[in-house]
Design a protein around this ligand. Structure first.
Ligand code: ADP
Ligand code: MG
Length: 905
């Protein structure tokens, strides 16, 4: 809308300007409103930022199913400098417009004394550089496209006013001349990563209600297809070229321009009669951050993709085509040439007036631009005007078009979806590589076992061979020795025989009378022989012994090599067993992969269902629906069939929930289940306790800490679980959670968990040595009565166990509680007004007092006076008498009371 002044009205803000106030649009009669935008849709406007197409941050976190945020069509006006002809022809006349860029106003001169004033989102003078025009008109839209919003940039104006200069200038001679298309692609290429993202372009011309492909002239009647459910418009017949660098994009624009020229020559028209439409599709993969969990979980989350579409439209000249004939067209043709542009005007009028019917379907242009006006795209319109007063009529109508377009409200929506296809592809690749790895491992195992078997066999046969050789050698040696000694014996014997024969011969010659007297002489050599024989026998015996020894040694060797053989066999057995476990593991892995496949399938099904729901119910409550279905996915196995033996471990439940909100929800569900005693065993068996403890370690989120600690506290009511918690480093985890926690409720849960552990007789020493008592006492810093009550309960529990141990005689020396400094806190808080804290402290004091080893310290710290007070004033009779009993049964207390003359009867 506009203000115009004629009667020197002082209504205008700057008072100096003298023009009449007159409403321009039929609906606007309010003279006070300056901004057309503030008139009809005040509420919506307020929520949309003022900058041209600035990003709606609220929907950034959405999953594409949100209903969008309001975003008005932003309109800039650009004035072309006087051209050569105008310099001469209009030399004596002032420009028909005067721009005030600093207040974003344009004054349209009606005559020498009267002007109309209009406001725009941006006012660009004849001096505005191409760079500035890009930055204010196009850049926010391009950035939106990179973030996953659709965007439209459009130029409207009379032929010759600079639409093509603004949008399509290539800037080959002067880089400063580059127009919006070239600069937009530069920005897009600079910000995407070509490894994960893709850019593709189509370039079209719309002339006489026919869509022609400027990248493939043969393709001259492309159909516009509308998705009946989503209403999305697409041109499946158009050539789509993938862009990887600026150079190829420039070539493409040139090619398109050449084809446009050729087509227009053929149709006997000029490009000012047709609309040129550049479509840039940007598809970006979002990096989903990993939280360090197993890579299985990570790979189960489908990657997110954002799809933004940038549409740049260089509209046909807005001047009224002069009847028929001027360009050789019939009247029908002339109507058709104008049809799309006039339909666009009608739609914008209808939208500006909030009319219930917008005639989008009347022309191809309005069908194509359905998303740009009143749709989900962010739209920036630049209207171009010339300075010449001769064209005042056309300039005025251009300005009015721009004013009406400023009233059009869009609901800007994020185009984001899960990329199930690439997830499935990734899982398949992973599966294949696992299968390959498994095969390789199996082969390596078989090879190794073969090698060991061969080696063992070789060793055994080697040993056998060595043994046989040694045996053979030995046998040979004995045989040789034996033959040798036989030979010697025979030699000796024949020698003796000969000697004997000779002697006998000599004797016979001497009459044989001296036989007796020479008897001695014949016996002597025989004796010698005997002793010789004896020596030989001895030697033989020695040799035999040596042989026996050798045989024994060889026997030992044989048993040794047998043992080697046995151990080789057992090694083989061991490897067989290893192979078996490996095979089992492989089977397990395959099962897991199968489960993952099923889960993927389920996810896809849910996604499909969600999508169908979306399509069915429109866009109202989509994001909630998607979350619900995801949650039901998470909850399904746990809640629907608690008796089912095939529960997925709780760990998976938490890990799969990468989204923090979903994870918190999952932990809450488990925590609620853990509150029921009947569920506890099942939760622990499903790995819930371990997972909860892990959450304390692995997450920073305090809400998760609080809920997890609450669940642990509930589980810690049972003795078996208490031992489990301790065994898994629970004290350490709870202590560090307590040290970092701010929220009193978190501290209450942690203190409650430790307090439960304090009641276990078996865990006393371990709990204390791991810092459990110190952690409890540390939590009193928070001062919240709920936390203090849990701390007091823990101390009372611990003291009770200690007093039990001392009555059984297993406890000597001072209480660990006193050693850790709990007594002074107890004494300080004994007079508290809060009943819950008070009761526990009173009990703790009575328990501590039962052990004579604590008595001295209790006297020193003044605890004795609290005991005296309890024995007199406590509202519970049993505690009162317990305190009295402890006082009277301790010699230390009695002495002290007597010394101070205190009567406790
Ligand atoms: P349209 O596309 O609206 O018919 P063009 O972009 O073809 O108009 O512009 C017509 C002529 O004016 C061209 O020669 C162009 O270079 C020139 N021109 C347009 N706008 C400007 C400008 N802002 N500065 C300099 N020259 C311009
Ligand atoms: Mg042009």
């Amino acid at each position: 809308m506009s203000t115009s002044s004629g009667t020197g009205s002082a209504n205008h803000r700057n008072g100096t300007h003298r023009s009449s106030l007159r409403a321009q649009s039929s609906a606007s009669t309010s003279s006070a409103a300056h901004k057309p935008s503030l008139k009809s849709k005040t509420v919506l406007r307020k929520s949309s930022p003022a900058a041209l197409g600035s990003a709606p941050s609220a929907s950034k976190s959405g999953n594409g199913g949100d209903s969008g945020v309001p975003g008005r069509v932003r309109v800039a006006v650009r004035l072309r400098p006087r051209n050569g002809e105008e310099m001469i022809a209009d030399a004596d006349f002032a420009d028909c417009v005067e721009l005030q860029p600093e207040v974003k106003r344009l004054k349209l001169r009606k005559n020498n004394w009267d002007t109309d004033t209009f406001e725009f989102d941006e006012v660009l003078t004849e001096y505005a550089s191409q760079k500035r025009v890009y930055e204010v008109v196009a850049k926010p839209v391009v950035e939106g496209v990179l973030d996953g919003y659709n965007g439209t940039i459009m130029a409207y104006g009379q032929t010759g006013t600079g639409k093509t200069y603004t949008l399509g200038q290539l800037g080959e001679e002067d880089v400063a001349d580059r127009g919006i298309m070239v600069r937009a692609m530069e920005d897009i290429l600079a910000q995407v990563s070509l490894e994960t993202d893709s850019i593709s372009v189509s370039y079209l011309q719309l002339y006489m209600e026919t869509v022609q492909d400027l990248l493939d002239p043969a393709n001259d009647n492309i159909a516009i297809v509308e998705d009946p459910k989503s209403g999305d418009v697409s041109l499946p017949g158009a050539t789509l070229v993938e862009i990887r660098d600026q150079h190829s994009f420039l070539e493409l624009l040139q090619l398109g321009e050449a084809h446009r020229f050729a087509a227009n020559t053929k149709l006997n028209t000029e490009s000012s009669r047709s609309h040129a439409i550049l479509m840039v599709h940007v598809r970006r993969s979002l990096k989903t951050e990993s939280n360090g969990n197993s890579h299985m979980t990570k790979s189960l989350k489908p990657p997110l993709v954002r799809k933004g579409k940038l549409v740049v439209v260089d509209l046909a000249g807005s001047e009224r085509i002069s009847k028929s004939g001027s360009e050789g067209h019939t009247l029908e043709e002339a109507k058709s040439i104008n049809l799309s542009l006039s339909a666009l005007g009608k739609c914008i009028n209808a939208l500006a007036e909030n009319s219930s019917h917008v005639p989008f379907r009347d022309s191809k242009l309005t069908r194509l631009l359905r998303d740009s006006f009143g749709g989900t795209a962010r739209t920036s319109l630049v209207i171009t005007i010339g300075p010449s007063p001769r064209h005042r009529g056309e300039t005025t109508s251009t300005i009015m078009f721009g004013q009406r377009a400023m009233k059009v409200e869009n609901m800007v929506k994020l185009k984001e979806e899960f990329d199930y296809k690439s997830l499935s592809k990734r899982l398949e690749v992973q599966l294949d590589s696992l299968i390959e790895e498994n095969e390789r491992q199996q082969k390596a195992f078989v090879d190794e076992i073969e090698r060991i078997t061969v080696e063992a066999h070789n060793q055994i046969s080697e040993a056998e061979k060595r043994y046989a050789n040694a045996l053979e050698e030995e046998k040979q040696r004995y045989q040789n020795d034996y033959v040798e000694s036989i030979k010697k014996l025979e030699e000796n014997w024949s020698k003796n025989q000969k000697k004997l024969a000779a002697e006998r011969l000599a004797l016979g010659e001497k009459n044989g009378l001296e036989v007796t007297s020479n008897g001695n002489r014949s016996i002597a050599p025989a004796l010698e022989e005997v002793s010789e024989l004896k020596r030989m026998v001895q030697k033989e015996a020695q040799l035999k012994m040596a042989a026996e020894e050798e045989v024994n040694r060889l026997k030992l060797q044989l048993t040794e090599s047998k043992r080697v053989e046995v151990s080789g066999n057992s090694e083989i057995m061991r490897f067989h067993k290893m192979l078996e476990t490996e095979t089992q593991q492989k089977e397990k892995l395959e099962e897991e992969i199968a489960t993952l496949h099923t889960q993927l399938l389920q996810l896809s099904l849910t996604a499909d269902e969600t999508r169908q729901n979306l399509e069915r119910h429109g866009s109202q409550k989509t994001s909630g629906g998607a979350l619900d279905s995801f949650m039901s996915q998470l909850k399904l196995p746990q809640l629907q069939d608690p008796g089912n033996a095939e529960k997925p471990p709780v760990a998976k439940l938490f890990e799969q929930a990468d989204d923090a909100d979903v994870r918190i929800h999952a932990v809450k569900v488990v925590a609620n289940l853990a509150a029921e005693e009947a569920n506890q065993q099942q939760i622990v068996e499903a790995g819930g306790l371990t997972s909860l403890l892990m959450l304390l370690r692995n997450t920073e989120d305090e809400t998760i800490h609080r809920v997890a600690a609450g669940a642990i506290a509930n589980l810690a009511m049972n003795e078996t679980n208490q031992e489990l918690i301790m065994a898994q480093g629970g004290i350490d985890l709870l202590s560090s959670t307590a040290a970092n926690a701010q929220d009193p409720q978190t501290l209450r849960m942690v203190a409650g968990a430790i307090a439960n552990l304090c009641g276990n007789d078996k865990l006393q020493t371990k709990l204390r040595s791991e810092g459990g008592i110190a952690a409890l006492l540390g939590m009193v810093r928070c001062g919240h009565p709920d936390v203090l009550a849990q701390v007091a309960r823990g101390i009372a529990n611990f003291a009770k166990c200690e007093s039990r141990a001392s009555t059984q005689g297993t406890k000597r020396g001072k209480s660990l509680l006193i050693e850790d400094g709990a007594l002074s806190w107890i004494v300080q808080n004994a007079k508290t007004e809060t009943t819950a804290i008070k009761r526990h402290i009173e009990l703790a004091l009575c328990h501590l007092a039962q052990h004579e080893g604590n008595a001295k310290e209790m006297v020193k710290e003044g605890a004795i006076w609290e005991l005296v007070r309890i024995s007199r004033e406590c509202s519970r009779e049993d505690i009162r008498s317990l305190a009295h009993r402890t006082l009277t049964s301790s010699p230390t207390f009695l002495t002290e009371l007597r010394r101070l003359r205190v009567d406790i009867r």
